[in-house]
Design a protein around this ligand. Structure first.
Ligand SMILES: Nc1ncnc2c1ncn2[C@@H]1O[C@H](COP(=O)(O)OP(=O)(O)OP(=O)(O)O)[C@@H](O)[C@H]1O
Length: 704
C-alpha cells in the first residue's frame, strides 16, 4: 500500500470527525451542530443529514465500487498489524484519481489505484506468501513473475467478501432543495438554461443574417458562410442542453422517489389505517404523475420563459416595436386567463378521477361483501354516477385545452404579423428591422407553444401534488435520532451500568383514546418496568392491552401522561433509538410475513444482506422456538421463500416467526402480544422458555 494513503487516513477513533468533514465538504448540512460525542455512526450521520450504508463488496468488484461509491468512509487495511485501523474519507472520484479529505482536514488528490491497494492489503497478506512460493517454483522473468503473482492473487481472492466501510448518502429527509444543491442539480439546471439561451441567441442571429439578405435582395457568399457556421454551432449547444435536461430529470426523479418512499414509511400506522388502501394507492399512483408532469412541464416552462424573455426585446427592435410588444403583452394576459380557467377545471377533473380510483380499489377489496349483501340491480349505481361526473368534467377540460393549444399560438401569429404589416406595406422600415420583427413574432409564437405544453403539464403536476404531498411532507418528519443512544446493558459506560432492579421504563398516568370524542381505552395507567423483569399483562378482551403495548413501543402517542425510558421521554431519546430499545411482536392480525426469504423476515431489524453471525443466531433462535423440524423440511432452509407467493407457514409457525423477529432485534424490552395463543401446550412451554431466556426484559400480553 502506498504509505501516503495510510498517513492521510483517519484513525477509527476519529471516524465521527471524518464523517463531519465529508458532510461539510459536500455541503449537506453546513449549519448542523456537531453530533454528540457518544452518538454511534448511524445516529451521528442522521444529525448531519446523511444516511450510512454498510459496504460489503467482493474483491473482484472493488474497482466498480470505487467508481460509484463516493462520498464514503473506506476502512483500509494497515501495513502493520498492530496499528489502529484507519478510514479514508473519500469525497469524489474523477477518472483514475480521487479526492479525499486527509486527517488534517486538507483535501488531497490521490490515485484511485492507491485506495484499491489499501483496501486489499489484508487479502494480500493472507494469500500472498503461498502464491509467492508457488510462483517462485516456475521459471519466469521478474516481470512475468509479477504479472503471474497479481493474476493468481486476483483469482484467489476475487470471490472473498470485504467489509469495506460505509457509503454516505444525503438523507431523503433533508430539505429537497438541499438535496438538489448537494447533488449539483441546481448548477446543472443553470447550465441548461444558459445553453438554451445561447442556442436561441444563435438562432436569432442566424435568422437576422439570412433574413436581412433575403429581404434586401442580395446575399453574398460571406453572409451565407456565416449563416451555415451559426447553424453548425447551434447543434452541439442544443445537444448539450438536452443532455443536461435528461440527466437532471433522472437525478431529480430518483430523489423524489426516495423521498416519497421514506414518507410512506414515516406515515403513522393509524393514519395509514384510517385512509384505507384505496386512498393510499391513489397517493402512490399520483407520485408518478407528479414526477412525469413536473419534469415535462418544468423544463418546457423554463425554456419557454427564456424564449419569452428574449422575444420581448426582439419585438421591440422590430418595425412597429411598441405596438408589437403591447399586442403581445395583451395576448399574454388573455393566455393567463385561459390557463387559470384550465387549472380550475383540471383540479375538478383530477379529483373525480382519483375518487374513482379510490372507490374502485375499496370496491375490489369489499367485492365479496357486495356480492353477498347488495341487490345486483344496484351493484353499479355508484360507478355510473361517478363515471357521469368524470365524463362531464373531462368535457369541460377538453374544451379549455383546445382553446389553449389551438388558439393561443395561432392567434398570436395573426396578431403579431398584423402589428408589423403597416410598416411592411408602407415600405417605411429597413429590411434589417423587418427581419428582426418577423423573427420576434416567430420567437414569441414558439415560446407560446412551449409555454402552453409546459403550463398544462405543470397544472397536472400541481393537481397530482395535492394528493401526493402528505407522503412528501411525512418524509421531512424524520427526526434527528442522535440525541441519545440505545440503552444497553452491554454498554460499559457508567451511566448505562444497569442491572436487575434498575428502572427501565416508567409510565406515569397514561391516558389514551382513539378518537377525540371516544371512550378512554387507557386511564391513569402508572407502573414501572425494571431491567430483567418478566411481566405478564392480563385482562379481558378489549380492555386495552394491545393499545398499551403500542403506546409503550412508540407506535401511538398517549393523550396525556408520560412514558420514560431510562428517565427520558421519547422526544429526548428519538423515535429511532426508542424503537431499538423496545421491540414488539404485535398481535396476529397486525403482523405480516412478507413475500421474501425466511431469513429476511426474521432479520428485518438488522442490516441486509445478513452477516454470517446474524444467520447463525436466527437459526439458533428458530430451533429454540421449536422451528427446527420446519427448517429441515423446507428445501431452502433459512433462505426458503415464504409469504403469499412462497411456503405457506401455519398459524403456529407464523407466530413463532414473529416472536423470533422481535427477539432478534436486540431490544432491551421485548413485548409479545398474544403470541402464544396459537401454540399447543408443549410448544408453548418451549417458546416461553426461549423468550424468557433470550429477552433481557420481557412483557407478555395474554388473556387470563
Ligand atoms: N383504531 C381504533 N379506533 C377505535 N377504537 C379502537 C381502535 N383500535 C382498538 N379500539 C378499541 O380499543 C379497545 C381496546 O383495544 P385493544 O386491542 O387494546 O384491546 P385488547 O385488550 O388487546 O383486546 P384483545 O384481548 O381482544 O386483543 C377496544 O374496545 C377496541 O375496540
Amino acid at each position: 500500500m502506498s504509505p501516503a494513503i495510510e498517513s492521510f487516513a483517519w484513525p477509527l477513533s476519529r471516524v465521527g470527525e471524518a464523517l463531519e468533514a465529508i458532510a461539510r465538504a459536500t455541503r449537506v448540512q453546513v449549519d448542523a451542530p456537531p453530533p454528540p460525542a457518544h452518538a454511534d455512526l448511524e445516529d451521528a450521520a442522521r444529525t448531519l443529514g446523511l444516511e450510512v450504508e454498510s459496504l460489503h463488496v467482493r474483491y473482484a468488484d472493488i474497482d466498480a465500487m470505487l467508481g460509484s461509491v463516493a462520498p464514503a468512509l473506506l476502512r483500509i487495511s494497515m501495513t502493520s498489524r498492530s496499528a489502529e485501523q484507519r478510514v479514508v474519507a473519500l469525497l469524489d472520484t474523477r477518472g483514475k484519481s480521487a479526492r479525499i479529505i486527509a486527517s488534517d482536514h486538507a483535501v488531497r488528490t490521490v490515485p484511485l489505484a492507491a485506495i484499491h491497494d489499501a483496501l486489499c492489503v489484508d487479502a494480500e497478506r493472507a494469500h500472498g506468501a503461498r502464491i509467492e512460493s508457488l510462483v517462485a517454483r516456475i521459471p519466469l522473468s521478474s516481470e512475468e513473475r509479477l504479472r503471474a503473482r497479481a493474476a493468481l492473487l486476483r483469482e484467489r481472492v476475487s470471490t472473498l467478501s470485504l467489509d469495506a466501510g460505509w457509503a454516505l448518502r444525503v438523507s431523503p429527509a433533508t430539505s429537497f432543495l438541499h438535496q438538489l444543491r448537494s447533488a449539483g442539480i441546481i448548477r446543472m439546471l443553470g447550465a441548461m438554461s444558459a445553453a438554451h439561451a445561447a442556442s436561441f441567441a444563435l438562432s436569432l442571429i442566424a435568422w437576422w443574417v439570412i433574413g436581412r439578405g433575403a429581404l434586401s435582395g442580395h446575399l453574398d457568399r460571406g453572409w451565407l458562410y456565416a449563416w451555415v457556421l451559426l447553424l453548425v454551432t447551434f447543434i452541439p449547444i442544443r445537444v448539450l442542453a438536452t443532455w443536461w435536461q435528461g440527466f437532471a430529470s433522472v437525478l431529480i426523479g430518483l430523489r423524489l422517489k426516495r423521498r416519497m418512499l421514506l414518507g410512506a414509511l414515516n406515515m403513522s400506522a393509524d393514519a395509514v389505517r384510517g385512509q384505507g388502501t384505496g386512498q393510499l394507492l391513489g397517493r402512490v399512483i399520483e407520485v408518478d404523475a407528479v414526477e412525469e408532469l413536473t419534469m415535462r412541464g418544468g423544463f418546457a416552462s423554463l425554456v419557454a420563459l427564456v424564449e419569452l424573455a428574449l422575444a420581448i426585446p426582439v419585438l421591440a427592435l422590430g418595425p412597429s416595436g411598441v405596438a408589437s410588444v403591447a399586442t403581445f403583452l395583451t395576448w399574454l394576459a388573455f393566455a393567463a386567463f385561459l390557463v387559470r380557467r384550465f387549472a380550475h377545471r383540471w383540479l375538478a377533473w383530477s379529483s373525480s378521477r382519483i375518487a374513482m380510483t379510490n372507490d374502485m380499489v375499496e370496491g375490489m377489496l369489499g367485492h365479496r361483501t357486495r356480492v353477498a349483501q347488495e341487490d345486483p340491480s344496484h351493484w353499479h349505481d355508484a360507478e355510473d354516477s361517478a363515471l357521469a361526473t368524470y365524463a362531464e368534467s373531462t368535457r369541460h377540460l377538453d374544451r379549455t385545452n383546445m382553446l389553449i393549444v389551438g388558439l393561443l399560438p395561432r392567434g398570436w401569429l395573426l396578431l403579431g404579423f398584423a402589428s408589423i404589416a403597416p410598416s411592411f406595406v408602407a415600405g417605411t422600415s429597413s429590411p434589417d428591422r423587418l427581419a428582426v420583427g418577423i423573427a420576434g413574432v416567430l420567437l414569441a409564437r414558439n415560446s407560446l407553444v412551449r409555454l402552453t405544453t409546459g403550463i398544462t403539464s405543470l397544472i397536472g403536476a400541481f393537481a397530482a401534488w395535492k394528493h401526493a404531498a402528505p407522503l412528501f411532507h411525512a418524509a421531512g418528519r424524520a427526526e434527528p435520532a442522535a440525541s441519545s443512544r440505545r440503552p444497553s446493558t452491554n454498554d460499559s459506560s457508567p451511566d448505562a451500568a444497569v442491572g436487575q432492579g434498575t428502572a427501565l421504563l416508567d409510565a406515569h398516568h397514561l391516558a389514551f383514546r382513539y378518537r377525540d370524542e371516544g371512550n378512554l381505552v387507557l386511564r391513569d395507567a402508572s407502573f414501572r418496568v425494571r431491567y430483567r423483569d418478566r411481566i405478564l399483562v392480563e385482562g379481558p378482551s378489549g380492555s386495552g392491552k394491545s393499545t398499551l403495548g403500542s403506546v409503550l413501543v412508540g407506535l401511538r402517542d398517549a393523550n396525556s401522561g408520560l412514558v420514560l425510558l431510562n428517565g427520558l421521554d421519547r422526544k429526548s431519546v428519538g423515535t429511532q433509538a426508542w424503537r431499538h430499545a423496545i421491540a414488539m411482536a404485535p398481535q396476529f392480525h397486525e403482523n405480516h410475513v412478507l413475500s421474501e426469504t425466511l431469513a429476511f423476515n426474521l432479520l428485518m431489524g438488522r442490516s441486509w444482506p445478513p452477516r454470517r453471525d446474524d444467520l447463525r443466531e436466527a437459526e439458533t433462535i428458530c430451533r429454540e422456538l421449536g422451528l427446527g423440524p420446519l427448517l429441515e423440511r423446507m428445501p431452502g432452509g433459512l433462505m426458503q421463500r415464504v409469504g403469499e407467493t412462497g411456503w405457506q407457514l401455519s398459524h403456529g409457525e407464523r407466530s413463532r416467526v414473529y416472536m423470533a423477529r422481535a427477539l432478534l432485534q436486540g431490544a432491551e424490552l421485548v413485548i409479545l402480544d398474544e403470541t402464544f395463543a396459537s401454540l399447543d401446550p408443549e410448544t408453548q412451554a418451549q417458546a416461553l422458555r426461549c423468550a424468557i431466556q433470550r429477552a433481557p426484559t420481557l412483557m407478555v400480553i395474554a388473556h387470563p
